[in-house]
Structures are given as C-alpha cells and as structure tokens.
Design a protein around this ligand. Structure first.
Ligand SMILES: C[S@@+](CC[C@H](N)C(=O)[O-])C[C@H]1O[C@@H](n2cnc3c(N)ncnc32)[C@H](O)[C@@H]1O
Length: 281
C-alpha cells in the first residue's frame, strides 16, 4: 500500500515493513479497532456464521470477527507464510485457535468446494488480484452463501497524485479511481454498498507512524550492525514519502456490500449523466 522499495538496497518491500508491526497495530492498513468493530457489527451476522478473510494479513479483521461472534468459524488465506504464522499464533493466544483455519497460498487457488460463507472480507488487495470488478465477480461472489455479505477495502485518490507520489507508491495515476470511481467499480462488480467507512487522517497517521516506529526500532535496536544504516535510511525515506507526497493524496475506503444479480445491479447502479435527476425529498 505504501512504497514498495526505496533507497539503494532495494531489499525493502511492504512485507519488510508489515512483518515488523507489533500487536499495537495488527491491521495492515489505516483502520482503528473501532472501525473494524463497527463494520463487522454492521454486517448483522446471524447465528454460527462462517467467515472468510481473503488476504487476511496478521488476522486483524477475521480474528476480531471471531471474538465478536463466539459461535462463528473463520477461514483466512494469505500468500505470506510469515503473516499467517503470526495470525495462527495470535488466534491461539486469544483462545480462537479451534475456530480459525489459516491457509497459505494464492487466493485464486482457493478450493471452491468448501461450504459457502456468510461474510467474505477482502481488504486491501483487489488491485494485485486483478481489479475490483474481477475480484467481486470471480473470487468473492462464488464463495458466498445466500444472504451473504462482503466487506471490501479499496484504495482511492483523495486528490490527483503528482509524479513523485506515483513513484513513491509504485503505481500510476490510472491504477486507482477517485472516491466516486470506487462506487462505479464496485457496482460494476455487482455489489450494492449498504455501509461505508472512509479511513480518517487520524487512522492513516496511526497506521503510518506504527510502520515508521517499527522500522526505527528495527534499525536502532534489533538489526545486525552492518544492516542498520540501510534500514534507517529506508525508514527516513518511507516517512518522508508519507509526509510530503502521500498524506492526503492516497485514501482508503471499506464498503459493506450486498451482492446483486445483474438485473438488480442495473436498476440500482448510477443514472447516466444525461438522465434527468429525480427529487429525493
Ligand atoms: C494490504 S494487506 C491487507 C491485510 C489485511 N486484509 C488487513 O487489512 O490487515 C494485503 C494482504 O494481501 C496478501 N496478498 C497479496 N496478494 C495475495 C494473493 N494473491 N493471495 C493471497 N493473499 C495475498 C498480502 O500478503 C497481505 O497480507
């Protein structure tokens, strides 16, 4: 979500940063605990729900969902073994081990024969998985039970990114939509938004400073001496890319969606610009 590589070493990736986040900030994105609780509660799941978290990272969403629903069962999948090992260990520590199954692998290779899910969470990875519309139609919706809901988290531009911001993030301006464009993509994928959270600047600051702090502690306290200078230089570039280029430019929104069949998604989609706008009050 934030600079892929920076500085001379080229060895730093999102994984290098995220795997150093500690229990003080488990979400790999700009979400407070309050936001996660509110959106999970907003899904109003029934009894003994089954929950799938695609790209679950350190398990921030799925493990909290299992805590909020003591009769729920959860499945997480993530391509990173490092994150999954930590998610599984955290599930054990929080007494959720019996109700959580973690798979390491590519989300597209997931077994479809499993029973469907009442809630599918997919926060922060539609872009590497091929785009919002494809992910909704081909990856998420086939895994839902009747009546199941989706929690989808998507980046967007708060304002058009300049060249420096695009380079720092390793993405072109066209890659993400603006805030309104997220709705277009979601509805094109057959999802009807029924609740939405837009990450606040405070959530962004808490998340990004947790990353900077983790890098600083790594470089100052934990890394072998010969690596320290490279890590601290990366930390400083990461921090300054955030403060100067990305803060206020990159946004993030998490939507609770009901899947709709095609005829209904046409009915509930955007009116074209040429159509007369009805009165709403
Ligand atoms: C931005 S992080 C979000 C993690 C988590 N959803 C959260 O909100 O804390 C994206 C996650 O997607 C995982 N990921 C990326 N590509 C993947 C793929 N093809 N299949 C499964 N997981 C993938 C990454 O390892 C990472 O944990």
């Amino acid at each position: 979500m934030i600079p892929e590589t920076n500085g001379d070493s080229g060895a730093f990736t999102d994984e290098a940063v995220w795997s150093r986040l500690d229990a003080a900030h488990l979400p790999l994105g700009p979400f407070s605990d309050t936001t996660i609780d509110r959106l999970i509660r907003s899904a109003r799941l029934g009894s003994a729900p089954r929950i799938l978290d695609i790209g679950c990272g350190l398990g921030a969403w799925i493990l909290r969902a299992l805590e909020l629903h003591p009769d729920a069962h959860g499945v997480g999948i993530d391509i990173s073994r490092k994150y999954m090992d930590r998610a599984v260990a955290d599930a054990e520590r929080r007494g959720l081990g019996e109700r959580f199954v973690g798979h390491v692998g590519d989300a597209w290779d997931m077994d479809l024969s499993e029973e469907g899910f009442d809630l599918v969470i997919c926060v922060g990875l539609s872009d590497p998985l091929g785009g919002t519309e494809k992910v909704l139609r081909e990856l998420i919706r086939p895994r839902l039970r009747d009546g199941g809901l989706i929690l989808l988290g998507e980046p967007f531009w708060e304002r058009p990114p300049n060249q420096v911001a695009q380079r720092a993030l390793g993405v072109s301006a066209e890659r993400y939509p603006d805030a309104d464009g997220v709705y277009d993509r979601v509805m094109a994928g057959g999802g009807l938004p029924i609740d939405v959270h837009v990450s606040t600047i405070t959530e962004w600051d808490e998340y990004m400073w947790a990353c900077v702090r983790a890098l600083a502690e790594w470089g100052l306290d934990d890394a072998p001496h010969e690596q320290r200078a490279g890590i601290l230089r990366f930390m400083a570039d990461y921090r300054d890319a955030w403060l100067r280029e990305i803060r206020g430019t990159l946004g993030f929104t998490t939507l609770l969606l009901r899947p709709l069949p095609l005829p209904l998604s046409i009915l509930t989609g955007r009116r074209p610009d040429w159509a007369a706008k009805p009165r709403t009050r």
